[in-house]
Design a protein around this ligand. Structure first.
Ligand code: FAD
Length: 411
C-alpha cells in the first residue's frame, strides 16, 4: 500500500518508521530543507540550540515515546533526570520533595489523598472534570499559594498554559501519567538524535524522504505539491495540523459544525530563551521550576548530559515561559528580566544567545493539550501535536496519538 506522509516532524517520522518497517511503500514530503520540524538541533555560535523542544522528553526512559523508540530498535539514549525536578523560590533552589513543607498538615493530608485517588484512577468526572485546574485544586487541597505557584510553573513549563486555561481532567491525567511513567529525561545529543535516527529507520526500510516539497492540495487518493507534482496514496498521514489539513482538502468539503469545532481549537504559545553561562554544570540533568518569577516557568540544562551541545567552557541553559498577553515585546522583556534574577552571574559570566518566540502558525502546540477533534475522512490520519489525546504531555502525547493511529491501521 502506498503511504504519503505530509511533514517530517516527530509525528510523521515516527508513524512512517513503523509503516516502512511493516512493508508499506512510504514517501514523506517535507517543505523544509531539513527533517525533524520543531524537534531537531539548530547550530548557533558553537551551541546546539533547537528548532523547538528543550532537548527533553517528559517521561524520560520509561514513557510512551521511549517505548516506541525501543520497539523500532532506535539507537537513541535518553537519561532520566535525577532528581525529577527542583524548584526555585526566594533566590534559592530546592529538591522537589522540600515542597511538602509549604503545606499545612490538613493540606498535606488532602494532597496525599488526591494523589492516591489519581493513582487508583479515580479521576474528576462530570462538572468537576471541566472545572479549571486551579479551582479544582483549591477545592481538593485548599487555597495554598505554594500549590498555585508550583502548578502554574509546571503547566507553563510542560504545556505552555496557565492553571486557569487547563481543565481539571487534563491536569489529573498528566499527574497520573507522571505517577505511572515518572519524570523527564534528557536526550543524548539533543532532539536531532531522535529525528535523524527515525529518518534513518524510514530510509533503511525502503521509505523515501523528499525535502523542499511543499504539499499544497489534497483530494481523495492523491496530493499535489507546489511544483505541480502529483502523488497518489492509499493512506495519507498528515503531520501538519488539523486546520492545515482541512485547508489542503478545501473547507467546502467539510460541514459547518465540523469546521466550527476545528476553528475553535486554540494553540498553546510560548517563549524559549537560550543562555550560555561560563563554567561547568550548574544544575545537572533536572528541571528547575521557577516559582517567584514574573514570566519564566522553568529551565533545564541540556549540556549536563551532552556537553557537546555547548561551546567548550560553557553550560547551555534553556528557559521556557507561557505567553500571557498579545504584547509579545513585553512578554520577551519580562522573561529577560527574570533571567537576571535567576542567574545573577549572567551579566558578568554569561550571554543571552537567542530568544525564540512560538506563536500563531509556529506555536508550542498546534492544539492546546487536552483538546482533540477527529478527522472525518477515510484513510487520512492526523499525527503530531494536533492529535495527542488527554494527559499526553508534548512528545509523549504525540507518541500516544501515533500508537492510536497505528492501531486503527491494524499494526
Ligand atoms: P512539527 O515538528 O511541526 O512537524 C511538522 C512538519 O511538517 C515540519 O517539518 C514542517 O516543515 C512540515 N510541513 C508543514 N506544512 C507542510 C506542507 N504543506 N508540506 C510539506 N511539509 C509541511 N516537547 C517535549 O516533549 N519536550 C520539550 O522539552 C519540549 N519543549 C518545547 C519547547 C518549545 C519552545 C516548543 C516550541 C516546543 C516544545 N516541545 C517540547 C514540543 C515539541 O517540540 C513538539 O510537540 C513536536 O516537535 C511537534 O512535532 P510534530 O510532529 O507535531 O510537528
Amino acid at each position: 500500500k502506498k503511504v504519503i506522509t505530509i511533514g517530517a516532524g516527530l509525528g510523521g517520522l515516527l508513524t512512517s518508521a513503523f509503516l516502512a518497517k511493516k512493508g508499506y511503500d512510504v514517501t514523506i514530503l517535507e517543505k523544509a530543507p531539513f527533517v525533524g520540524g520543531r524537534f531537531t538541533n539548530l547550530n548557533y555560535k558553537g551551541f546546539q540550540l533547537s528548532t523547538g523542544a528543550l532537548h527533553m522528553i517528559p517521561h524520560g526512559e520509561d514513557g510512551p515515546l521511549a517505548h516506541l523508540l525501543s520497539l523500532l530498535n532506535a539507537n537513541v539514549k535518553i537519561v532520566n533526570s535525577n532528581p525529577k525536578g527542583k524548584f526555585f523560590i526566594d533566590g534559592r533552589i530546592h529538591h522537589y520533595r522540600k515542597g511538602w513543607k509549604y503545606l499545612g498538615l490538613k493540606e498535606k493530608a488532602k494532597a496525599m489523598k488526591l494523589l492516591a485517588e489519581i493513582r487508583a484512577n479515580r479521576l474528576p468526572k462530570g462538572e468537576e472534570a471541566s472545572l479549571n485546574s486551579w479551582d479544582w485544586l483549591k477545592e481538593k487541597v485548599g487555597d495554598n499559594e505554594f500549590v498555585y505557584l508550583f502548578i502554574k510553573s509546571f503547566l507553563g513549563w510542560a504545556i505552555s498554559l496557565t492553571p486557569e486555561e487547563v481543565p481539571a481532567i487534563e491536569l489529573a491525567k498528566e499527574i497520573k501519567a507522571t505517577l505511572k511513567w515518572g519524570g523527564p529525561g534528557l536526550i543524548k545529543g539533543g532532539c536531532k538524535a531522535v529525528s535523524e535516527e527515525l529518518a534513518r529507520i524510514v530510509r533503511e526500510n525502503g521509505g523515501k524522504i523528499i525535502t523542499r516539497k511543499k504539499v499544497v492540495e489534497a483530494e481523495k487518493g492523491r496530493i499535489i505539491t507546489a511544483d505541480g507534482t502529483e502523488y497518489p496514496y492509499d493512506i495519507l498521514i498528515s503531520n501538519i495540523g488539523i486546520k492545515e489539513t482541512v485547508e489542503l482538502f478545501g473547507r467546502e468539503n467539510f460541514d459547518r459544525e465540523y469546521l466550527r469545532r476545528v476553528d475553535s481549537l486554540k494553540p498553546a504559545e510560548g517563549i524559549k530563551i537560550n543562555i550560555a553561562l561560563k563554567g561547568k554544570s550548574k544544575i545537572g540533568n533536572t528541571v528547575v521550576f521557577t516559582l517567584d518569577t514574573e514570566r519564566i516557568n522553568g529551565y533545564n540544562e541540556p549540556s549536563a548530559l551532552s556537553p557537546e551541545l555547548s561551546k567548550e567552557g560553557y553550560t547551555l541553559i534553556m528557559t521556557h515561559q507561557a505567553i500571557k498577553s498579545r504584547n509579545i515585546k513585553k512578554e520577551q522583556q519580562l522573561g529577560i528580566e527574570d533571567l537576571y534574577y535567576l542567574f545573577p552571574e549572567l551579566e558578568r559570566n554569561g550571554e543571552i544567545l537567542m530568544v525564540q518566540t512560538y506563536l500563531d502558525k509556529n506555536p508550542v502546540n498546534r492544539v492546546a493539550s487536552g483538546n482533540h477533534v477527529d478527522f472525518p475522512m477515510e484513510n487520512v490520519y492526523i499525527v503530531g501535536d494536533a492529535n495527542k489525546g488527554q494527559g499526553g504531555i508534548e512528545v509523549e502525547g504525540i507518541a500516544l496519538g501515533v500508537m492510536k493511529t497505528l492501531q486503527s491501521l491494524g499494526i
